[in-house]
Design a protein around this ligand. Structure first.
Ligand SMILES: *[C@@H]1O[C@H](CO)[C@@H](O)[C@H](O)[C@H]1NC(C)=O
Ligand SMILES: *[C@@H]1O[C@H](CO)[C@@H](O)[C@H](O)[C@H]1NC(C)=O
Ligand SMILES: *[C@@H]1O[C@H](CO)[C@@H](O)[C@H](O)[C@H]1NC(C)=O
Ligand SMILES: *[C@@H]1O[C@H](CO)[C@@H](O)[C@H](O)[C@H]1NC(C)=O
Ligand SMILES: *[C@@H]1O[C@H](CO)[C@@H](O)[C@H](O)[C@H]1NC(C)=O
Ligand SMILES: *[C@@H]1O[C@H](CO)[C@@H](O)[C@H](O)[C@H]1NC(C)=O
Ligand SMILES: *[C@@H]1O[C@H](CO)[C@@H](O)[C@H](O)[C@H]1NC(C)=O
Length: 901
């Protein structure tokens, strides 16, 4: 594809407002959701929040681990507070409470608290600080309530824990779609493809491969793989035959494509384009099929012309083709052009002997022998003399984009309905619901009003009114859309989303229960702050969107826009320069920032396709600008180098690796929040640190309960990584804890060098604080307590260390089995042991004594000490045989992850 003017979306963020105002968001930067099952531990977030049951169980397990360090009184005094604090990860406002909204400050380790609560917390739980706060100068805070609360209290007294739960403003309509003051719905956009020349259509083949096909007006179809990479050779190239021109607004060209419903088996698809033949302009509908030796390319020699229709003028060429749920091909033609449908006695649209200004319906299935298409036996006008049998509906001006309703996912209601946007003449744009035999009024009517008074007043008109029409003050060329029936954005369900080509407005209609009334709501690409979930999802405000997509017309309203559908999710195509020669078009996905589907509800598992030849990777053009007062044309220093549009030499942007959300260098604990220094790396940079894959290996054939899991890390895993990396690593020194309600006490500290722990790319070089107790220890660690030690600070796996008679030690045992492993996992709160690791796969516990050997368990024992075993301290093995486990909340195990090591 040729070079083109850069198209970048500048995201403008007012940082100041960002800090004070809030919106629901999870720590993975995504919207909260309604968990599929109620949560048992963090039950306050059962109906809406950021945790599903797996995470809930992990938090419960962490709580149990912490409780081990509390005696009975301690649990009574502090337990509830610890539970509340741990559960804030599940709060729908987790991102705010942990400062994850602000890219300029490090993530907090503990959620931001309200003043009073902080004081209570300190009095009751300060002795636990060493355990729950990582790398903080805990002594200072443990001894000084004001330091502690300066560190933890949030400035906004309504927007801190626990007041955030009761604040009416924050909880009113939580999870509902957000509206601005004018009632405009706030949605986010995600860039999916770019560098397109007047992208006029996007379809998928419904063949399980999740490939998508984008058509350009010049006569190309490009094929994209589900990860956004484009096959470098066009899927179809009919550019030589297609009639179009580079002038902006030329309506001729390659206009539509539809995949046969049985594409998977017959490889057939249909295209709609303009040609010039025998000194006439025509539209042509053709059939092609797939190449026999490349599933990513059409057989260019297979073209079979289905139909050609002469166009008396160069505008109003229609262009939509689609398959209805009845299996027939629907073709939407324009009225033939010029203004006011001037052809013949009363125009083409009302003349059923003409194929122009119509919805046509034909059968192209089983056409291998005989004519290229057949007339469906129930087409409405078969018995009328002189009428074309293909006609299904009439009175159409120039329907630009029609769609088939997939129907409600549960009830199927609405399935098969066809919606169209019909572009108006001088005054009104309309949205129609197509009925068999229906007359849509043109040129007698435009929208609800009369256009040709004589025809309009003729009693025989009997037309079907639009479901919605809008005047030219709102927009001047409707682009029909889709009823959202996808899975990922529950709030959008049932909403018809469409737009206007000229004004660039996005709009929506919602039907009432009876399907009679449609309520209009505008859609805004509103507040930037609500849309930064990942670097890939960026919302743009309306003005910035226009400015971005068309930089030369910063105040412009010119937006080329189409809406399409892929896997039930909603996408649209747009360009800032509506010329078939300018590669200024892009595709966006519509994302609702208020609520997402619960994890696991919308699984995506594309069927792989063999790829011949090269792929061109996708790089989003949109950029993040931190702090900008106004629209700027100067690119700011961007975190990622501005790569060429189809630069194949650089690493792909779409990555299967999981970003880690790590803490930046943390601030000294006793500074107030506002004094916190800027981290050396911004979160944007941190987002690009990819996870180092698990380095521990274990033998697959020893997996006991393991089965397969999704090949890539799910968002839960991401979140778990986030927390495990942010959490305090299990120290090799047992913390001795007390619970006390007394006033601050003095404690002495010695610093010791961290034993060179590395984690996930970001170096930690912090001093580990080891407390030397000077105070009475109320509780010692229980006999038989276990912990898992590993390099990545993951909670669910590691070398098993056991605490016996006041010391920690290891277990060396070459026959340690799954029953013994399950005792350990259950003790730690995990229902399953996924893997037993022998031979020091999680490292040798050097420096510790080997305390157990020959452990044989039944699986029901409370601790390993209850199993058959050697005497404590007696063993005939070395640290080289130290054992470990991988525990799990589910009976599944990521084999892929293990094999990547
Ligand atoms: C498309 O086909 C034309 C000839 O039909 C050819 O000249 C052109 O190079 C092709 N373009 C691409 C990108 O394959
Ligand atoms: C279309 O015609 C073919 C061949 O006559 C027939 O087998 C098929 O059922 C028809 N399709 C539909 C959707 O009726
Ligand atoms: C209707 O269209 C047909 C085909 O284009 C044309 O021959 C005929 O004259 C038209 N009829 C009227 C009344 O305009
Ligand atoms: C009304 O329309 C019908 C058919 O479209 C036509 O035959 C008739 O003459 C029209 N009547 C008037 C009064 O224009
Ligand atoms: C592609 O990216 C590489 C690495 O960043 C760079 O060296 C090269 O110049 C780029 N090529 C183009 C065409 O932008
Ligand atoms: C996209 O998927 C294809 C096929 O699976 C693969 O070859 C390609 O490397 C992937 N591209 C990126 C950027 O991950
Ligand atoms: C596991 O597999 C390896 C090689 O794949 C084999 O040498 C070893 O004996 C197997 N272990 C068990 C316990 O089956």
């Amino acid at each position: 594809m040729p070079n083109q003017a850069p198209l970048s979306l500048w995201l403008l963020i007012g940082l100041t407002s960002w800090l004070v105002s809030g919106h629901p968001q999870c720590l993975d930067y995504k919207p909260p959701f309604q968990p599929s099952k109620p949560l048992t531990f963090c039950s306050a977030y059962s109906s809406f929040g950021c945790c599903d049951s797996a995470q809930d169980a992990a938090i419960a397990s962490r709580f149990r681990y912490l409780s081990e360090f509390l005696d009975h009184t301690g649990v009574n005094v502090c337990g509830r507070y610890i539970q509340d604090i741990l559960c804030q990860e599940c709060s729908p406002y987790a991102a705010h409470l942990y400062d994850a909204e602000d890219a300029n400050t490090p993530l907090r380790e503990l959620p931001g608290l309200c003043g009073n609560y902080c004081i209570e917390f300190w009095y009751r739980c300060r002795s636990m600080l060493g355990l729950i706060l990582e790398d903080k100068d805990v002594s200072e805070m443990e001894g000084d309530i004001s330091k502690f609360c300066r560190f933890l209290t949030l400035d906004d007294g309504n927007y801190c824990y626990p007041n955030v739960l009761t604040n009416a403003e924050l909880n009113n309509g939580l999870g509902d779609m957000r509206e601005d003051e004018e009632g405009c719905l706030q949605l986010c956009l995600q860039e999916v493809a770019n560098g397109l020349r007047n992208p006029v259509a996007m379809v998928h083949a419904n063949d399980g491969t999740h490939r998508f096909f984008i058509a350009e007006q010049v006569g190309f179809i490009w094929l994209y793989l589900p990860n956004g990479s484009r096959v470098d050779k066009p899927f179809l190239n009919v550019s030589k035959a297609v009639l179009t021109s580079p002038w902006a607004g030329d309506e001729r060209g390659f206009l539509g494509v539809a995949m046969h419903p049985d594409f998977r088996n017959n490889g057939k698809f249909y295209v709609y384009y303009s040609i010039y033949a025998k000194r006439e302009e025509k539209i042509r509908i053709s059939e092609f099929h797939l190449s026999t030796d490349n599933v990513n390319m059409a057989d260019h020699k297979s073209e079979r012309v289905i139909m050609e229709i002469t166009e008396p003028a160069s505008n109003h060429n229609g262009g939509q083709i689609l398959f209805g749920t009845d299996g027939y091909l629907y073709i939407f033609t324009g009225d033939g052009g010029r203004a006011g449908d001037p052809f013949g006695e009363f125009g083409n649209a009302q003349n059923k002997s003409s194929l122009l200004g119509k919805v046509l319906r034909i059968n192209v299935t089983g056409n291998e022998q005989g004519p290229p298409y057949r007339i469906p036996p129930d087409n409405p006008f078969l018995r009328e003399r002189g009428v074309r049998p293909e006609v299904y509906a009439y009175g159409v001006r120039n329907m630009w984009r029609c769609s088939v309703d997939r129907g409600d996912a549960v009830t199927g209601k609405g399935r098969g309905r066809v919606f169209c946007g019909d572009v108006g003449q001088n005054k009104f744009e309309e949205v129609d619901l197509i009925h068999k035999g229906g007359n849509y009024g043109w040129r007698a009517k435009e929208g609800f009003s009369c256009y040709d008074k004589k025809l309009c007043n003729n009693a025989t008109l009997d037309d079907i009114l639009p479901i919605f029409a809008y005047p030219h003050t709102v927009g001047r060329s409707v682009t029909g859309g889709y009823i959202y029936r996808g899975c990922q954005m529950p709030n959008l369900n049932g909403r018809y989303i469409f737009g206007d080509f000229m004004s660039g407005r996005l709009m929506s209609l919602k039907e009432d229960k009876e399907g009679k009334q449609w309520t209009y709501t505008e859609i805004c690409m509103g507040q930037a702050k609500t849309c930064i979930y990942t670097t890939e999802i960026i919302l743009v405000s309306k003005t910035t969107f226009f400015a971005a997509i068309n930089p030369r017309r910063a105040t412009g309203v010119f937006l080329f826009l189409f809406l399409f559908y892929y896997q039930g999710e909603l996408y649209f195509l747009a360009t800032g320069t509506p010329s078939a020669a300018a590669a200024a078009g892009a595709m966006y996905k519509i994302v609702d920032p208020s609520k997402r589907a619960p994890p696991g509800k919308c699984p995506v598992s594309p069927r792989p396709v063999p790829v011949k030849g090269k792929l061109v990777d996708f790089y989003p053009r949109q950029k993040l600008i931190l702090k900008a007062e106004s629209i700027t044309t100067e690119p700011p220093p961007s975190p990622r180098p501005d790569q060429g549009q189809f630069n194949t030499t650089v690493k792909p942007h779409f990555t299967t690796k999981t970003p880690t959300f790590q803490r930046a260098t943390s601030a000294p604990a006793y500074q107030t929040v506002s004094q916190l220094p800027k981290p050396t790396t911004s979160r944007k940079d941190l987002l690009q640190i990819t996870t180092v894959k698990i380095t521990t290996t274990w033998r697959k054939n020893e997996t006991i309960t393991a089965t397969h899991r999704k090949p890539t890390l799910s968002w839960q895993d991401e979140l778990m990584n986030l927390f495990t990396t942010r959490r305090r690593p299990y120290t090799t020194e047992a913390p001795h804890l007390i619970t006390t309600m007394k006033s601050p006490r003095r404690t002495e500290f010695v610093s010791r060098k961290n034993e060179g722990k590395k984690s996930h790319g970001a170096r930690r070089s912090k001093k580990k604080i080891v407390r030397k107790e000077k105070v009475k220890t109320l509780k010692r660690i229980k006999h038989g307590t276990v912990r898992l030690v590993n390099e990545e600070n993951r909670l669910d796996r590691g070398r098993i260390e056991i605490h016996i008679n006041g010391e920690w030690g290891t277990i060396c045992n070459d026959r340690f089995d799954s029953q013994a492993g399950s005792v350990v996992c259950q003790q730690l709160g995990y229902p399953y042991v996924l893997q037993v690791a022998r031979k020091a796969e999680f490292g040798e516990g050097k420096g510790l004594r080997i305390l157990l050997d020959e452990v044989r368990c039944e699986g029901w024992e409370k601790t390993l000490l209850d199993c058959r075993r050697s005497k404590i301290g007696e063993h005939d093995c070395t640290h080289e045989e130290d054992v470990g486990v991988v525990c799990g909340m589910e009976e599944i195990y990521d084999e892929e992850e293990a094999s990547l090591t």
